[in-house]
Design a protein around this ligand. Structure first.
Ligand SMILES: C[S@@+](CC[C@H](N)C(=O)[O-])C[C@H]1O[C@@H](n2cnc3c(N)ncnc32)[C@H](O)[C@@H]1O
Length: 369
């Protein structure tokens, strides 16, 4: 099999500079401006590589839109208000959110300026097309990162965004902590994972991870923590709240969660970089701590299924199904079930809310249910 153009370029770089971190590999594989996965592909849906919650059921984006609208009322209904989405994919969540808001909370929909934080110009075009078709006349702007987005009160949504940001992997070997890196294999050609002893200080591991037994792999994602701190600082500074949904554990733990997916199948993480999606589990304990340290009020994490049920997913499904042919109704129900069922996405995916400390508890996060 011929290597991808990106695999060749990565190998050249390694020959020049030595093995690169898993984080650098992930950043190149997903975001390389010429050959990166998100630069060159449209990964979503049955014909693509994977399916995300907003693409499974419109109910997902609709409930998030209403969540944002209710939080906005609790903020004192500022106008204008930004609805910022990090990594909006095809723009489906945003379009569904605005549809629901337009019907149920029209004052909120009218106050909203849409803000997409997206690095891929291909996906920016896709988002523009979705929003122009479904919400012609909506105000939309695109920005490279959250820091570049205009200030002011905001609702911030990030679904399956953090899992695409790079992670470092560390391995506890007999000789101490090593960083897992991507180098050249013994055949002198292909890419291979190698564990390189760390010069100087070991990574700053939380106490629970520092005592991991020999052979353990731990993942640290400074890029994710930086984004979460930025979100937290933003809602504290300008007012508002954020909803982060992704997959990963409630508590920090050891384990290799880096995974590669192409055409709905798991692949080797080094297989066909640029043509394969790479993600790893989001450590919800670590991001919740980072947000709290930056001054935000933190709610959750809750299982995705719990949040969606509390927000009324089943009621919305019943309304949508009314008067539909049995086949169509069954399809709608299967979508919602997949999002909520603990054996599907309902438990592996978690929702974390961050808010300005003066705001009421966001919808669905009240411990009383
Ligand atoms: C897994 S997709 C999720 C898409 C969408 N949220 C959904 O649920 O369908 C990740 C999204 O984040 C974008 N993205 C990845 N890394 C990014 C970065 N560093 N900055 C901004 N956007 C990024 C991708 O282009 C894509 O739109």
């Amino acid at each position: 099999v011929t290597p991808t153009p990106l695999a060749r370029r990565i190998a050249e770089r390694i020959r020049r500079e030595g093995p690169i971190s898993v984080a650098d590999y992930m950043a190149l594989a997903l975001g390389d401006p010429e050959h990166g996965y998100y630069t060159t592909r449209e990964p979503f849906g049955a014909a693509g590589d994977f399916v995300t919650a907003p693409e499974i059921s419109q109910v997902f984006g609709e409930l998030i839109g209403l969540w944002c609208g209710v939080v906005w009322q609790g903020m004192g209904a500022p106008a204008p208000v930004a609805l910022i989405e990090l990594g909006p994919g095809r723009g489906t969540l945003m379009a569904d959110a605005m549809s629901a808001a337009g019907k149920v909370l029209p004052a909120f929909a009218a106050a909203v300026a849409l803000v997409c934080v997206e690095t891929s110009s291909r996906l920016r075009r896709r988002q523009a097309a979705t929003l122009a078709a479904r919400h012609p006349g909506a105000r939309v702007t695109w920005h490279e990162d959250l820091a570049a987005a205009p200030g002011g009160p905001a609702l911030i949504v990030a679904n399956e965004f953090l899992d695409a940001l790079p992670v470092h992997q560390y391995v506890r070997s007999v000789a101490g902590w090593c960083e897992r890196r991507v180098g050249i294999g013994t055949d002198g050609e292909g890419l291979a994972l190698i564990d390189v002893p760390i010069d100087g200080a070991p990574p700053a591991l939380p106490a629970r991870l520092a005592t991991s037994p020999q052979g353990s792999i731990v993942e640290l994602a400074p890029a994710r923590l930086a984004v979460v701190r930025e979100i937290a600082r933003r809602v504290v500074r300008d007012g508002g709240a954020a909803l982060i949904i992704d997959y990963g554990p409630f508590a920090s733990g050891a384990g290799d969660s880096l995974q590669a997916v192409r055409r709905h199948r798991f692949q080797d993480v080094l297989d066909r970089p640029g043509e394969t999606d790479l993600t790893s589990h989001v450590d919800f304990e670590a991001i919740a701590d980072a947000a709290a340290a930056a001054g935000a009020a933190v709610f959750g994490p809750l299982p995705q299924g719990t949040l969606l049920r509390r927000l009324g997913a089943e009621q919305r499904l019943a309304t949508l199904s009314r008067g539909r042919a049995p086949g169509a109704a069954a399809e709608l129900a299967a979508g919602v079930r997949r999002l909520i069922d603990p054996k599907a996405m309902g438990l592996l995916f978690k929702a974390l809310a961050l808010a300005h400390p003066a705001l009421p508890t966001p919808p669905g996060f009240d411990p009383a249910g």
